[in-house]
Design a protein around this ligand. Structure first.
Ligand SMILES: [Zn+2]
Length: 322
């Protein structure tokens, strides 16, 4: 593990000039609708083959209680926008549909009832993001209510065969503190009191999510535990068959760096590790984040086949797209 942590990123392990990088990538999690034309052009320029837009992932903007109609509008809006994007860009734009737990949603049961119908759309390749959250924007959501909403989406995943993207809370451990970040979040402090101990919230939430996976009878292979940090790597990769995804556009928020990704690949292999960006316009962001991370992993000496596996082969298999 230490071999990656101490290696300077500016040099390849053998000090030789590396071959050009021509590794394609698929981003399973981004908030594409909040980005710009220029960002999407950078995906084309840096090897993107496909990207998944989270249709209703982030109820940050309205500053008011979120209703089922609001979320339904966001789902429809994402599908409309995706159709525009892929006529004008060179990667394929897909959509994930779900009920996020960032804020309490009034009438969420109406959304859950409509979800299977949306899953039938050929552009919808995943459910999510969703998953137990500790703090909430605008209106809180109790753990029991969140359990019901997340479990029901896992049932829909079971019925439809689609993968489900499980959001996990921000990490308070490791990395640069979120208070140095440039975003519209207030030092990553949400507006409601945390339901889980902030020191262990990510791990605690994953443990609940995994209970729900069992309750729903959902095969682990359909589950992506997202926003990975070193805190949950052994839990997910040693005790489950779920995928584990590192969100590379905000490592300071998630508490990891490329050396942690390299270490996870070295220790557990690349078969169940994924990289996504979670790019979102409400934070300082880098549309080249995926490509830069690919380069960092090359500089760290990670085998190129393993890199290709985590940024392209695994996402392709998971989403069932070419
Ligand atoms: Zn997200």
């Amino acid at each position: 593990m230490a071999s990656f942590a101490n290696r300077p990123l500016g040099d390849t392990p053998d000090g030789k000039t590396p071959d050009p990088i021509e590794i394609p990538w698929i981003d399973i999690h981004q908030h594409t609708q909040s980005l710009t034309w220029n960002d999407r052009e950078k995906f084309d320029l840096s090897g993107a083959r496909a990207a998944v837009m989270i249709a209703a992932g982030y109820y940050w903007a309205p500053y008011r209680p979120v209703s089922a109609d609001d979320v339904r509008f966001l789902w429809d809006d994402a599908l409309r926008r995706a159709a525009c994007f892929d006529h004008r860009h060179f990667y394929d734009q897909y959509v994930a549909v779900g009920v996020h737990t960032w804020a309490g949603v009034e009438g969420a049961e109406d959304l859950l009832a409509a979800l299977p119908e949306y899953c039938a759309d050929e552009r919808v390749v995943a459910i999510g993001e969703t998953g137990i959250e500790s703090t909430h924007h605008t209106v809180g959501w109790g753990l029991d209510e969140q359990r019901d909403v997340v479990r029901e989406q896992m049932h829909v995943a079971y019925e439809t065969g689609l993968p489900i993207l499980i959001h996990t809370p921000g990490s308070s451990k490791g990395g640069l503190s979120a208070r140095y970040s440039h975003s519209y979040e207030e030092a990553n402090e949400s507006f409601t009191d945390p339901l889980l101990d902030p020191e262990t919230a990510k791990r605690d939430a994953v443990e609940i999510d995994l209970e729900l996976v069992d309750e729903a009878g959902l095969p682990d292979e359909q589950v992506v535990i997202d926003h990975a940090s070193p805190q949950i790597v052994p839990l997910v990769l040693e005790t489950t068959d779920c995928y584990l995804s590192f969100s590379v556009s905000a490592p300071w928020l998630r508490g990891f760096d490329p050396a942690d990704v390299a270490s996870a690949i070295e220790e557990y292999g690349s078969d169940r590790i994924v990289l996504d960006t979670d790019l979102i316009g409400a934070m300082e962001h880098d549309a080249f984040a995926m490509k830069r991370t690919i380069m960092d992993l090359c500089r760290l000496g990670v085998d190129r086949e393993d890199i290709r596996t985590v940024v392209y082969e695994n996402p392709s298999k998971l989403l069932d797209i070419d």
